[in-house]
Design a binder for this molecule. Structure first.
Ligand code: PEP
Ligand code: MG
Length: 579
């Protein structure tokens, strides 16, 4: 039994067999073997090459001869490499001399070749590095068993273990069988974690070397409440966790019972609870958990996991589907936030050295106007069907608002000329996600109808900590005094300008922060639907006076540690069962 501590990102407990899946950068641990096993390992390599050649030959034959010439050329190059005797010999020699497993030898030799190729000046040769990595993955798939990759066709419950997962991979998991997620990389606000939370799958990330600890078909416990993963637990631990799991399920069903009640504090202050969604079919789930509308629709997920851009009609139908669920209650559609960790499958965008500081979000939209206008047209067309509001992400200065408004008006004029109906007074909001936006909130407020504070990015950019990097995950905290002061400033400036400000970052789904947020003046909160009942229960248990007291004390504190521990204790007193 091995206990690993990571970062809890999606609540709940799961116990199931592990399924380790490949990611693009899979690391193969160096596991030594006995001298007597060397021949068997060389034999495994031989079989893996044979099976990979068979697989590729079949794939090559299946291609349409007229249309797919380029793909056939790629297969031919791969087959050429796989038949290279020198390559087989090199791998066999490594197994014999270093006494290592077949997987390790294949990976080490092919990565060395790939790295050699990638340094070549000749573009044709340097581009072959990607082919070598592809061949490595194909061989590893043979060696590790196809099961590892076949997440699409599961027939039994599993816990997915991976070095890292992309938001798209996570969104594609079959909820019936994927019971838990555990990854080496990631942070609480990485988009993979956000998707896991939306799907209600217990998840722990930042486990550093979990993939090296989990063997084939280990039993794994994922404790998404405490951020613990236990590999091969003993009987007593399993029984204890089964008990925790029952208690957690009871708490959830008790909380679900209040979904029809209003989110109002004990002294009568009404709070609006909205849902964050990535896909239109989540809108029903938000409603079901008592959400009063959508506070953040992450529309960039329409672009992920597909080769072509969504059409205006596809945008329109996704929005119309969401609006139909809420009718005249608010649906805030955020324009696409592509870039950073959310790239389209076809990776059309050139890799950037610092993607989180690069061509992301509104910046990307302002440089890709055709794509942007397609989305704006669809949102405007849908705007007549309900209380639709539009929100722009990652605004860092006034100029971006002006430019964006100019483009929106352009699209409005086009629609007008085509006699297509839209809401001319559609409320326009921006996300406050950078220190520059927070510090200039007073002036930005004059040009928009509402703010929504994106605390995930605001924390990342204020503290200079990558939100998805496990190596710095302990430095990432929205309880840092610098982040809290910026939030308070935004609340005060929005209040003075008499515009509404809400919170839609993951801070809003963390029970420990709720009293503080209310005390700082927040009255609208948007979060992933599984946490809605718990957050509502906290709101219904506190008074505004208590919340103001918490905010007053916390804003005088200077250290993140002190603030975190104060908030944890305060929340535990209110809803002890949730911890
Ligand atoms: C945020 O940054 O807090 C936010 C809500 O946007 P996203 O998580 O999609 O970047
Ligand atoms: Mg953001």
């Amino acid at each position: 039994m091995e206990i690993k501590k990571g970062v809890a990102v999606s609540p709940g407990i799961s116990i199931a067999r592990s399924l380790t899946i490949d990611s693009e950068d899979y690391r193969i641990p160096r596991r030594p073997i006995e001298p007597s096993q060397r021949q068997a390992e060389v034999g495994r390599v031989k079989n893996a090459f044979r099976d990979a050649i068979d697989e590729l030959t079949k794939l090559e034959a299946a291609q349409d001869r007229t249309q797919e010439g380029r793909i056939r050329d790629i297969f031919a190059v791969h087959l050429h490499f796989l038949r290279d005797r020198g390559l087989h010999k090199k791998i066999g020699d490594l197994i014999r001399s270093e006494k290592v497993q077949a997987e390790y030898a294949v990976s080490a030799v092919l990565r060395e070749i790939a790295s050699h190729f990638s340094k070549a000046k000749d573009v044709y040769i340097s581009e072959r590095a990607a082919d070598i990595r592809d061949i490595e993955r194909r061989l590893l798939k043979q060696l590790l068993g196809k099961k590892r990759e076949d997440v699409g066709r599961l027939t039994e419950e599993v816990v997915i273990v991976a070095r890292e997962l992309s938001p798209t991979q996570t969104a594609g998991f079959d909820r019936r069988f994927v019971k838990g997620l555990a990854t080496d990389a990631g942070g609480r606000t990485s988009h993979t974690a956000i998707v896991a939370r939306s799907l209600g799958i217990p998840a722990v990330v930042a486990l550093e070397d979990l993939t090296e600890v989990v063997g084939a078909e280990s039993t794994v416990i994922v404790d998404g409440n405490r951020g613990i993963v236990i590999v091969n637990p003993d009987e007593q631990t399993i029984r204890q966790y089964e008990q925790y799991s029952r208690e957690f399920a009871e708490l959830k069903s008790r909380l679900d019972a209040i979904r029809g009640e209003p989110a109002v504090t004990r002294d009568g202050v009404r709070i609006t609870l909205l849902g964050n969604i990535e896909f239109p079919d989540e809108a029903e789930l938000v409603l079901d958990k008592g959400g009063e509308g959508i506070g953040l629709y992450r529309t960039e997920f329409l672009y992920l996991n597909r080769e072509t851009e969504p059409t205006e009609e596809e945008h329109y139908h996704a929005y119309a589907q969401t609006i139909a669920v809420f009718r005249n209650r608010p649906v805030i559609i955020r324009t696409m936030d592509l870039g950073a960790d959310k790239y389209t499958q076809s990776r059309r965008f050139a890799p950037e050295p610092n993607p989180f500081l690069g061509l992301r979000s509104i910046r990307f939209c302002l440089q890709n106007l055709t794509m942007f206008k397609t989305q704006l047209r669809a949102i405007l067309r849908a705007s007549v069907q309900g209380d639709v509001r539009i929100m722009f992400p990652l605004i860092t200065n006034l100029q971006e608002i002006k430019q964006t408004r100019f483009i929106l008006h352009d699209v409005m004029e086009d629609l007008h000329e085509e006699s297509i109906r839209y809401n001319k007074n559609i409320p326009i909001g921006i996300m406050i996600e950078t220190p520059s936006a927070a510090l200039t909130a007073a002036s930005l407020a004059r040009d928009v109808d509402f703010f929504s504070i994106g605390t995930n990015d605001l924390t990342q950019y204020t503290l200079a900590v990558d939100r998805g990097n496990e190596l710095v995950s302990t430095l990432y905290s929205s309880a840092d005094p610098a982040v809290l002061r910026l939030i308070r400033m935004v609340c005060q400036d929005a209040n003075k300008a008499q515009i509404e400000t809400s919170i839609c970052g993951e801070m809003a789904s963390d029970p420990e922060f709720i009293m503080l947020l209310l005390g700082m003046g927040i009255r609208t909160i948007s979060l992933a639907h599984p946490m809605l009942p718990e957050i509502k229960q906290i709101i219904r248990t506190v008074t505004m006076e208590e919340c103001n007291g918490v905010a007053r004390k916390v804003l005088k504190m200077n250290s993140e540690r002190q603030i975190s521990s104060f908030l944890r204790n305060a929340a535990r007193k209110i809803l002890p069962e949730a911890f």
